[in-house]
Design a protein around this ligand. Structure first.
Ligand code: SF4
Length: 244
């Protein structure tokens, strides 16, 4: 595949679907080399600053030192997450790390939609605070990077390295699809990478405060997200429109 050949419009299938990764990074480095070669400055990493993000940031920094990274700052994240972002900025000063805020402040959201929208209508809350902001970010980009792994959940098992993203009319590149939870932590420890301190207190998956809880035993789990509700995804990785 040559530079700039692949676009949302021209996408038919993952150009790496036959790749059997044998390298240490399970294909991730090769995919990132290709992605930055194909999309140049027009690819954005939408980073949650979870454990997978620490791996991806490290791998990306080896391919493109000044890569664009965006954190969807809902305004309801743990202080530990904001502290981690500061530590990552110190470790990788050349990366462009930006925090994208929603149009509505929390106060404006309460005024318009009532108290604790994350309880009364979490899909609408995610739409306002995550999906719409990412739409805005991706409107000027050709592609984006995500840290999805196939073993995370049944809905992620069919994720490819390169995906046509109908939700955002974009190309979604997922370099870590073959990584296990143990792979992620082995890499973090091997390279002494920073990570969110909450991971040490049985928070395997960390998002907004109201929708994140401790799990009974640490492991590869998204159980601590939207606990007690049927919601399992914020909508960034599903095709449906959760704006209502
Ligand atoms: Fe709102 Fe919870 Fe979604 Fe955060 S994760 S945007 S608080 S519903």
């Amino acid at each position: 595949m040559t530079e700039s050949e692949l676009t949302y419009e021209s996408f038919t299938n993952d150009p790496f679907q036959d790749l059997i990764p044998a390298d240490q990074t399970k294909g991730a480095s090769q995919i990132l080399e290709w992605a930055y070669g194909n999309f140049g400055d027009s690819i954005i990493y939408s980073c949650s600053f979870g454990a997978e993000s620490m791996v991806l940031i490290n791998l990306i920094s080896k391919v493109k030192k000044d890569a664009q990274i965006v954190f969807l700052d809902t305004g309801i994240h743990f202080q530990e997450t904001y502290d981690l972002i500061d530590r990552v900025k110190e470790r990788y000063p050349e990366l462009s790390i930006k925090l994208k805020k929603p149009d509505l402040t929390l106060e404006e959201q309460t005024e318009k939609h009532g108290e604790s929208l994350w309880k009364s209508n979490p899909n609408q809350c995610c739409f306002i605070r995550k999906i719409k902001p990412l739409e805005d970010v991706l409107s000027g980009a050709s592609a984006w990077i995500s840290g999805l792994r196939r073993e995370q959940s049944p809905s992620r098992q069919n994720t490819d390295f390169v995906n046509k993203d109908e939700r955002f009319k974009s190309i979604k590149v997922c370099p870590l699809i073959h990584w296990t939870w143990d792979d992620v932590w082995d890499y973090i420890q091997k390279y002494d990478l920073p990570y969110n301190e909450l991971h040490d207190f049985q928070y395997p998956s960390i998002g907004c405060i109201p929708c994140t809880s401790q799990v009974s035993s640490s492991g590869d789990s998204r159980d601590g997200r939207w606990a007690g509700s049927s919601k399992t995804e914020c909508g960034l990785h599903t095709a449906s429109d959760h704006s209502k």
